[in-house]
Design a protein around this ligand. Structure first.
Ligand code: G4P
Length: 525
């Protein structure tokens, strides 16, 4: 198949949601539709993570399958879909954020009994960096949910994105009857107890069809009235607004009951963009270019307990990967031969012969690959827009054996280069402060310091609430700021100046007091 066709059929997306909204369940059903697995229920979710909080190594082992589901590729309709996992529970980390820079669209899953929750708000903020198109799935219609109109209002108000309902629910909980598809003008009836297979859905064409009254009784008239209201009060679907990240098509259903997931997948294939080009420090690279290029957005340690290797996940932006090809690693200015890249098909790691723009390949890595690295077929480019994100949680790392201070520092800086956590060294003392966006990362740091650097360390609370990278266009003002704010300044793992604030209020005051200083929530590699 030609490159243009290969690229056109790919859809690379990730799921954003608050824990327990149904990401794992929906992933299972999506794979069921992709025929990647025969019977849903074989993708292990976060379950095993719940009781293994403090034992990171054990957890990695137990999670087995969930770790290898970092990337799942499957066919759907005429498309080839890449679903990138976004770690969500205790394993929530900066990787979750950075994965969102490697996709072309996102599916937002909302628990319809709860509405918009914290984590979703944060993840939506990250998608705004690239104005990523968002599809929405309102989940758990088989339970008593909130008023659907109120849910849409909340999404619009809190997440600042217009909602265009594509399907509309009929009833809820025990009385959930199905959905009406506004674009297809048909009602799709829900049958309970069919969650583990693809249903032969019963479809009733047209709203005035008497079959509808027969099938759902008084709900039919209610639906007709409701739709008039919905059509008047909500937005019509507009492709361009969706592609600009300004409007989201909304689908209702139940992931557990495997109902509505296919409507969403149809929308994804029909509307979500095929692989999109990316900016570099030199020029924009388009997927149609025949030479390979890609960037590393995530590095995962210990993928397979038998091999202690690390895998660098590389998103292909243009061209084609072929086994055995030589690639230029821009940061170190050298060619490397890639003989054994991996792909991940619904749970199995597989050696891969070729891959195209939009695909993710896993590169074996013994420490020479870093987050943000660009690989090309010779051209010296560096992709931009693969940032570090300001951490939200902080701990001081302390040694049990004080003689190993050097080792500890080296270990922490390497872990920060890998993108697992960030390390901050205050200018005024010798503390080592680790920052992360998920709590499990601290256990991971201590476990890996022990296993890989032979350092016994513990972590303890520290009075830091938030951090920002700082810079200024005016070197004089920056110097003055360094003198005056010294007790709040630190260097990160890459020696970049950062402001660490004991409270959010302190940060706001500093921003007010030093208007010539930029306080940044993200930092480019
Ligand atoms: P997550 O990955 O987003 O954290 O969510 P997950 O899919 O694990 O779902 C969280 C809980 O919500 C699970 O229940 C799951 O079964 C349930 N769930 C997901 N989709 C639906 C739905 O459409 N309807 C209903 N009623 N429940 C749904 P659990 O009790 O935590 O786990 P389990 O014992 O059921 O596996």
């Amino acid at each position: 198949m030609k490159q243009a066709e290969q690229t056109a059929k790919r859809r690379t997306f990730a799921i954003i949601s608050h824990p327990d909204a149904g990401k794992t369940t929906i992933t299972e059903k999506v794979l069921l539709f992709g025929n990647a697995i025969q019977k849903a229920g074989t993708v292990k979710g976060k379950k095993s993570g719940q009781h293994a909080k403090s034992d990171w190594m054990e957890m990695e082992k137990e999670r087995g399958i969930s770790v290898t589901t970092s990337v799942m590729q499957f066919p759907y309709d005429s498309c080839l879909v890449n679903l990138l996992d976004t770690p969500g529970h205790e394993d929530f980390s900066e990787d979750t954020y950075r994965t969102l820079t490697a996709v072309d669209s996102c599916l937002m899953v909302i628990d319809s009994a709860k509405g918009v929750e914290d984590r979703t708000i944060k993840l939506m903020d990250v998608t705004r960096l690239r104005d990523t198109p968002i599809l929405t799935f309102m989940n758990k219609l088989d339970r008593d949910i909130r008023d659907p109109i109120e849910l849409l209002d909340e999404v619009e108000e809190v997440l600042k994105i217009k909602c265009a309902p594509i399907t509309w629910p009929i009833g809820m909980g025990k009385e959930f009857k199905g959905v009406y598809h506004l674009l297809r003008d048909e009602t799709i009836l829900y049958q309970s107890g069919q969650g583990h297979r693809i249903q032969d859905s019963k479809i009733i064409k047209g709203l005035d069809n008497p079959e509808l009254d027969e099938a759902i009784g008084s709900y039919a008239d209610e639906l007709r009235d409701m739709l008039e209201l919905v059509r008047g009060a909500s937005h019509d679907f507009e492709l361009e607004a969706f592609l600009n990240g300004e409007l989201t098509p909304v689908f209702f259903g139940t992931a557990l009951g495997n109902f509505g997931v296919d409507h969403m997948l149809d929308g994804l294939c029909q509307w979500a963009p095929a692989p999109i080009g990316r900016e570099t420090d030199q020029r924009r690279v388009e997927p149609a270019e025949d030479k390979f290029s890609g960037f590393v957005f995530k590095i995962q340690a210990n993928m397979d307990p038998r091999h202690r290797d690390r895998i660098a996940f590389c998103r292909i932006v243009s061209g084609k990967y072929q086994k055995g090809m030589k690639l230029f690693q821009s940061r170190i200015g050298k060619d490397v031969r890639i003989s054994d890249a991996l792909t991940f098909m619904a749970g199995d790691r597989e050696a891969l012969d070729e891959a195209w723009a939009g695909d993710i390949i896993g590169l074996h890595n013994h420490g020479s690959i870093k987050i943000g690295d660009t690989f090309t077929e010779g051209e010296n480019l560096r992709f931009t827009g693969i940032p570090n994100f300001a951490p939200e949680l902080f701990r001081r790392i302390r040694l049990k054996d004080p003689l190993k201070q050097k080792q500890l520092q080296k270990g922490l800086i390497q872990l920060s280069e890998e993108g697992a956590v960030q390390v901050f060294r205050p200018l005024i003392n010798n503390d080592l402060i680790v920052g992360a966006v998920g709590t499990l990362q601290f256990d991971m740091v201590v476990a890996r310091l022990k296993a890989e650097y032979n350092v016994d360390a513990i972590y303890e609370n520290v009075n830091v609430a938030t951090a920002r990278w700082v810079d200024s266009d005016d070197p004089k003002k920056l110097d003055e700021f360094k003198r005056k704010a010294e007790q709040n300044l630190a260097l990160d793992g890459g020696d970049n100046l950062s402001y660490i604030a004991p409270t959010m209020v302190n940060l706001s005051l500093a921003e007010e007091r030093y208007p010539d200083i930029q306080f940044m929530k993200t930092r480019e590699h």
